[in-house]
Design a protein around this ligand. Structure first.
Ligand SMILES: [Zn+2]
Length: 87
């Protein structure tokens, strides 16, 4: 009998700091799970240090710091609250 536990759908990656460093190594992007080079290492997130590719970086930054589009942010927050208040 397997002891493997089915994991709940993981929470989205949220950066806690914009501190980052570009790396020329091939790294697995936390967001899209693809191996990319160059990649950016972000030191603080809800998953600890993570790597992001150039395509996902803007998306995750936007999600984390919500500075770009008010509409988009409202949508995101709506989604967040919808999960907490499931009807
Ligand atoms: Zn990516």
């Amino acid at each position: 009998m397997s002891t493997k536990v089915k994991e709940p759908k993981s929470a989205k990656l949220i950066l806690e700091s914009k501190a980052n460093r570009r790396t020329m190594d091939r790294e697995q992007c936390h967001e899209c799970k693809r191996w990319r080079s160059p990649a950016w290492k972000y030191f603080k997130s809800n998953y600890g240090p993570v790597h992001l590719c150039i395509r996902c970086e803007a998306k995750v930054l936007d999600r984390s710091f919500g500075k770009i589009d008010v509409l988009d942010r409202a949508k995101h927050h709506g989604h967040f609250y919808a999960r907490g208040f499931r009807q």
